[in-house]
Ligand binder design. Structure first.
Ligand code: PAF
Length: 292
């Protein structure tokens, strides 16, 4: 695996592969890698000749009271994992490489960035869209892979790529879970053992709503919320931030499940914010991943 720290080197390696007729799959990450990230790299590998991963803890997507300072940065362990996975190029830029002096361009994606996490993390998706545009323009992959767990992020990136005609395919990959259903996240390491015991209730709540969607096509959003909340209520360490049903592409609220919908939650376990979601189909229940 080649590891580079500058945009010029990353651009050079990628453009050589492209000129040789090879296809490039890209997985942007913030490191603290787990099986979820590795599964994204495998999706990229399944579609492309070369796999590129970036590790960059993007300051622009953290709010002032969020965990930028203490976000885990186990670079050596991450490098070993990517090496084992057969990744071809690791790009680990410094902040000054991504945002050089004088940097003043932001990508703001209207509509799809509002609601769900957008309501509780002002500026977050502006930071995500901006860094993704920069990384995508350095690597210029044929395919970029993002996790379905961050479904709103996936919708934002798809919108940017479509609107700015970035000419690449954005692929959503299924959420990887612990045996008890908890979605893998770098932030799970913040959970105390008591919080870790309660956290799988989030996925149980989503599954309860999925069963309702299966048995009751056209179910109103409030009934889905109630089904979800039955798992969360009475758990002292969990606090619901939002639970909502939205269109998976536009993130516009859906009052009833009359077509495919994204049922997404954010829950605080102590001070750790956990997000998770399922895609619901009326009469079918949960389906795995949003494909377009
Ligand atoms: O999902 C993440 O890890 C980040 O939001 C991303 C896409 C790498 C942008 O910083």
């Amino acid at each position: 695996m080649i590891t580079v720290r500058t945009a010029a080197e990353a651009r050079w390696v990628c453009s050589n592969w492209r000129s040789a007729g090879e296809t490039l799959g890209f997985v942007p990450t913030m490191g603290a890698l787990h099986e979820g990230h590795l599964s994204l790299a495998r999706v990229a590998r399944g579609r492309c000749d070369r796999v590129v991963v970036s590790i960059f803890v993007n300051p622009l997507q953290f709010g002032p009271a969020e965990d930028f300072g203490c976000y885990p940065r186990p670079l050596e362990a991450d490098t070993a994992l990517l090496e084992q996975e057969g990744v071809d190029l690791l790009f680990v830029p410094e902040a000054s490489e991504v945002y050089p002096a004088g940097f003043s361009t932001w990508i703001e994606v209207e509509g799809v960035s509002a609601g769900l996490c957008g309501e509780f993390r002002p500026g977050h998706f502006k930071g995500v869209a901006t860094v993704c545009c920069i990384l995508l323009s350095i690597i210029r992959p044929h395919v970029a892979v993002f996790g379905q767990k961050d479904a709103q992020q996936l919708a934002v990136v798809r919108r940017v790529v479509q609107d700015l005609r970035l000419n690449m395919e954005i692929v959503g990959a299924p959420t990887i879970r612990e045996a008890d259903g908890l979605a893998l996240s770098s932030r799970n390491s913040y959970l105390s053992s008591a919080e870790r015991v309660e956290a799988p209730a989030i996925y149980r709540g989503l599954c309860r709503a999925a069963r309702l969607a299966k048995s009751c096509p056209g179910v109103p959003v409030q009934a889905l919320r109630d089904a979800f909340s039955e798992e969360i209520e009475g758990r002292p360490l969990l606090r619901l931030q939002y639970i909502d049903l939205v269109d998976p592409s536009t993130i516009a609220p859906m009052p009833v499940l009359d077509r495919r919908g994204l049922f997404a939650a954010a829950v605080l376990a102590g001070t750790t914010r956990l997000i998770d979601n399922v895609l619901l189909e009326p009469g079918t229940g949960a389906v795995e991943v949003e494909t377009c």
